[in-house]
Design a protein around this ligand. Structure first.
Ligand code: FAD
Length: 505
């Protein structure tokens, strides 16, 4: 291997965190290399073909990881420019104020952030503007103090508006779900096309490529250098062990060594931890940035269930379904029930999504059910547990040990939702409980905090142990809250990378 390349900053991963870091650093005239393990997701007919995306799994990497019992599974990892956001559903919510504090939950407690909501609020504003979030102010009983949304909320279609009314009649507060999808009079979104779990053929989705990285690449000359099909294999330190000097890259079958002044790791929660563990050396046999022993630990990914609610006598003609959420059960009731979690509509279920399900009802009647169901994604906080962790075996393969936490709250939330839906005229409520195959909201493997003994990163996402390594992706989260993570990942990525840009410039 020879020294071929050198940049001011090398960013590993072009997903949400990596793109945000590239944007802030590029503004300062630094030379930036973004290494992306996958390729661009092509805009093609198959983007919206359900059989192609769901049954043939055209876009996920088809990797094999191993669960806590050593059983192989497909983690449905998306390795491409823009990372997981190319496939995300666009639900873009802020964590609630209480999510930043330590609270008792599920027989344990959540972990306090090193700062409160107010510190992140201006960065949430920036994140919402960048992704073009559509939402309605003042509807949500759990919403933190905030400025108005940059765009008006997406309208409910008639079936959903009617359901919202029926839920409101029960005393609930269904809200317009904040989403980063360009709909509305002049919006690019083609209603009726699949969205949640699919790439957007017309760039209506506020994903990391469309809204953050692409504008940098389209400038003449481009503001960053992007290498696709370039996988970071290992980080190399200097003799002191305090600085990264280079990254080994596998680029289309070739091995390269890239030097940098500063490194930003943004490979996603599981892969960022895996890369630090894989970069062990004689001085750091436990891997890099790991003096706390916490690299890879405290992995979290929410308790998730898809709920299909239907009346056998009524079809659901909704084309864009992801417009409503219910947060009435989000916060704990003082002296009463604990915090339960979030309920939101998900992208419309299609028959092909049900054919491989365990539940015999879903497998036998996929079309009849999909034509009638109103479909929800129900989420409960997963607590940080040091035994839930990423480890590598002797061949460098990923083992993900995860035993779910806080299950009682999840089951209680499902019961509350089931009762409300039955009262609202949807008597058949089918649960599709998701397990380790639902890693969409993976986070927490390199927790941030002020104390190097109990965290891997400092409150600005710099590794406590290394002078020139930041980790800017979902890994930093010390707690998972119970809302979708992307907006919080982006807000902290903007905050941390702006500070880094100030330092480097
Ligand atoms: C189907 C789906 C639906 C979702 N829906 C929502 C939603 O509605 N709302 C929400 O908030 N969140 C949603 N999410 C989650 C959201 O997309 C993620 O939380 C977010 O993208 C995580 O950002 P990240 O920067 O940590 O990682 P990513 O965005 O995944 O980026 C990691 C990048 O690093 C690259 N990479 C990995 N290893 C290497 C390596 N060794 N070398 C080089 N590159 C590497 C990957 O290819 C990828 O591009 C969804 C996710 C999925 C999969």
């Amino acid at each position: 291997m020879e020294d071929l390349h050198r940049f001011d900053v090398v960013i590993i991963g072009s997903g949400l965190g990596g793109s945000a870091a590239a944007r802030n650093l590029a503004k300062r005239g630094l030379s930036i290399l973004v290494l992306e393990r996958g390729d661009f997701v092509r805009q093609e007919r198959e983007n919206w073909e359900v059989e192609e995306v769901v049954a043939r799994r055209r876009y996920d990497a088809g990797e094999t990881w191993f669960d806590a019992d050593g059983k192989p599974f497909n983690p449905r990892a998306y390795y491409n420019v823009g990372g997981a956001t190319k496939f995300f559903g666009g639900a873009t919510l802020r964590f609630r104020e209480s999510d930043f504090a330590e609270r008792p939950l599920g027989g344990g407690s959540t972990v306090a952030w090193p700062f409160g909501y107010a510190e992140l609020a201006p960065w949430y504003d920036q994140a919402e503007a960048l992704l073009e979030v559509h939402g309605a102010l003042g509807e949500d009983p759990s919403e933190p103090p905030r400025s108005p949304y940059p765009f008006a909320p997406l309208e409910h279609e008639s079936r959903i508006a009617e359901l919202a009314e029926a839920l409101r009649a029960q005393g609930l507060h269904p809200i317009h779900l904040p989403v980063a999808i360009d709909q509305g009079d002049k919006g690019r979104c083609v209603k009726g096309s699949p969205c949640d779990g699919f790439p957007c053929k017309v760039r209506a989705k506020g994903d990391a490529e469309n809204r953050i990285l692409r504008p940098l690449l389209l400038k003449k000359p481009p503001l960053v250098t992007l290498w696709t099909n370039s996988r970071a294999r290992r980080l190399e330190t200097d003799a002191s062990g305090r600085r990264i000097v280079a990254v080994e890259v596998e680029k289309g079958g070739e091995k390269l060594r890239v030097e940098g002044g500063h490194f930003v790791l943004a490979a996603g929660a599981v892969n960022s931890a895996a890369l630090l563990l894989a970069s062990d050396n004689a001085r750091k046999p436990e891997g890099l940035a790991n003096s706390s022993g916490l690299v890879g630990r405290n992995f979290m990914c929410h308790n998730n269930t898809v709920v299909l609610a239907l009346s056998p006598f009524r079809k659901n003609p909704t084309s864009f379904q992801k417009t409503m959420a219910i947060h009435d059960f989000y916060a704990a009731v003082p002296g009463g029930r604990p915090a339960l979690g979030a309920i939101q509509l998900r992208g419309k279920i299609r028959p092909a999504m049900l054919r491989a399900k365990q539940n015999p009802l879903l497998r036998r009647f996929p079309r009849a059910i999909a034509e009638r169901s109103v479909d929800f994604w129900v989420m409960t906080e997963d607590l940080a547990d040091p035994d839930n962790r990423v480890v590598l075996d002797g061949e460098g393969r990923i083992h993900l040990r995860h035993r779910p936490t806080n299950r009682e709250a999840h089951e209680a939330l499902l019961r509350r939702l089931g009762a409300a839906l039955r009262r609202a005229g949807l008597p058949l409520v089918i649960l599709d409980r998701r397990g380790i195959d639902a890693l969409q909201h993976q986070c927490g493997t390199l927790r941030f905090g002020s104390d190097p003994r109990t965290s891997v990163l400092d409150p600005w996402c710099r590794a406590h142990d290394l002078d020139n390594l930041h980790v800017i992706d979902a890994s930093f989260l010390p707690s998972s809250a119970a809302v979708n993570p992307s907006l919080t990942i982006l807000a902290q990525a903007l905050r941390a990378s702006e500070r880094l840009a100030d330092e480097l410039a």
